[in-house]
Design a protein around this ligand. Structure first.
Ligand SMILES: O=C(O)Cc1cc(O)ccc1O
Ligand SMILES: [Fe+2]
Length: 428
């Protein structure tokens, strides 16, 4: 079992071998045991202190010991291709992608579903679904384009990163920072889930405003792995994502050889069951921003490049209120998934593993069946249980990948959700 340090954005220190971490300086002339000191930065050197992220890694070899990168064609589904334009401003929904014909590791088993912005432009978000049944044995990956937020939906996912091991189960999320090398194992033999690539500034905890100093995701529930390394002198492929494409270089050893590290740029995981959910105790359905777990701000205050929002179990007590999500058209764009259970705005067609996209100004909200049930329900206190939906919400519209639009799981009749509402009757 991996060990974890607690807290969000803390300056951590960890060593897998006692004495490996230098004391009192970052880069001594001769680090202990002949280790190599290397800085990994997550922000510009001159970023304000409150946002500045970097870590110091002490490793068996410097990370640069690889040859030149050649194109990697093994994971065509993960890469960015020319998109089909013009994109119809439709609502999109995919049923869970089938697992039967899967024969891939995490990287080869990624299917890019939607992107916004140019992945090399340090802005926007890309959403993928992964389906895998093989461990990455002698392959490691890192992403120059984005930090990666993993949302397991089926099966556990073990991310063995340069800075330690994240063991993720469905219901937990895990973040691997830009540039951090990792490989993935599947303790249950196969796994499916979602990945959000955040190309912009880092996910952080949202401000709480009038909520006060506690609530939503509490910092101490974020877990950062302790230092871990593998000493393997054998051929390794190092795959890198750079400007939307994949590249591979050869190493003669595992690049996961960081014996000790310190700093505040590090992987983390979070159990969504720890989320302190806040809602109305009077009337009206509040905006879903109260369910924000982490947010990646843009340059415009309050307008996120990407919010990660969940719809967790919670008590519904609002009086004289239509309790599920209302009908709406938003200026922000929404990409939703479901980890388990049912979502209260969609009675049908949105199964665990599914994905939907509601771009800006597209009319959406409850389907007819959910609307009918909620309109007729008695408004006794009621607990929504056994569910966990989530949403990547972005200021940029999501452009479905051409490959996603030709998947058999794309639902041809999604618009039918909003057909058949009875017309309102005015008094004559
Ligand atoms: O569209 C959705 O289902 C997500 C959503 C939920 C909610 O409670 C309010 C607005 C919103 O976009
Ligand atoms: Fe919405």
């Amino acid at each position: 079992m991996p060990d974890y340090l607690t807290g969000f954005g803390n300056h951590c220190s960890s060593e897998a071998v006692p004495g490996a971490l230098p004391q009192g300086r970052n880069s001594p002339q001769r680090p202990a045991f002949g280790l190599y000191a290397e800085q990994l930065s997550g922000t510009a050197f001159t970023a304000p202190r409150a946002q500045n992220l970097r870590s110091w890694l002490y490793r068996l070899r410097p990370s640069g010991g690889h040859g030149s990168y050649a194109p990697y064609d093994g994971a065509p589904g993960f890469q960015v291709d020319a998109e089909g334009e013009p994109l119809a401003p439709n609502r999109f929904r995919w049923s869970p992608l089938a697992m039967d014909d899967v024969d891939a590791d995490l990287i080869d088993g990624l299917t890019r579903m939607a992107s916004n912005r140019d992945p090399g432009a340090m802005d926007g978000v890309t959403v993928h679904i992964y389906r895998a049944n093989r461990d990455m044995a002698r392959r490691a990956f890192f992403n120059a384009d984005a930090e990666m937020l993993f949302v397991p939906q089926q099966g556990r996912l073990r991310l063995l990163t340069e800075l330690g091991i994240l063991d993720l189960s469905p219901g937990e999320i895990g973040l691997v920072p830009r540039g951090v090398r990792f490989r993935a194992e599947l303790p249950d033999g196969s796994a499916r889930g979602y990945v959000g690539e955040n190309h912009g500034t880092h996910f952080r905890l949202p401000d709480l405003g009038p909520i006060g100093s506690n609530g939503l995701a509490n910092p101490r529930d974020f877990l950062t792995p302790c230092a871990w390394f593998e000493d393997r002198d054998e051929p390794f492929d190092l795959i890198q994502k750079f400007r939307g494409r994949l590249w591979v270089a050869r190493l003669d050893h595992s690049p996961l050889d960081v014996v000790a590290w310190h700093g505040n740029l590090a992987p983390w995981k979070y159990d969504l069951a720890r989320f302190n959910t806040i809602g109305t105790v009077s009337f009206d359905h509040p905006d879903p921003s109260i369910f924000t777990v982490v947010t990646a701000p843009s340059d415009t205050p309050g307008v996120a490049n990407c919010d990660f929002v969940i719809f967790p179990p919670r008590w519904m007590v609002a009086e004289d209120t239509f309790r599920p999500p209302w009908f709406h058209r938003n200026v922000m764009s929404e990409c939703m998934g479901l980890i388990h259970g049912a979502y209260d705005a969609k009675a049908d067609g949105f199964a665990p593993g599914a994905l939907s996209i509601h771009n800006l100004m597209s009319s959406h909200g409850p389907d007819v069946a959910s609307w009918t049930a909620a309109t007729e329900a008695s408004l006794a206190p009621h607990k929504i249980e056994g569910t966990m939906a989530f949403m990547f919400e972005s200021r940029w519209p999501f452009i479905p990948a051409a490959q996603a639009l030709s998947l058999p799981e794309l639902q041809p009749d999604y618009d039918a959700c909003w057909q058949g509402f009875p017309k309102a009757r005015l008094p004559i």
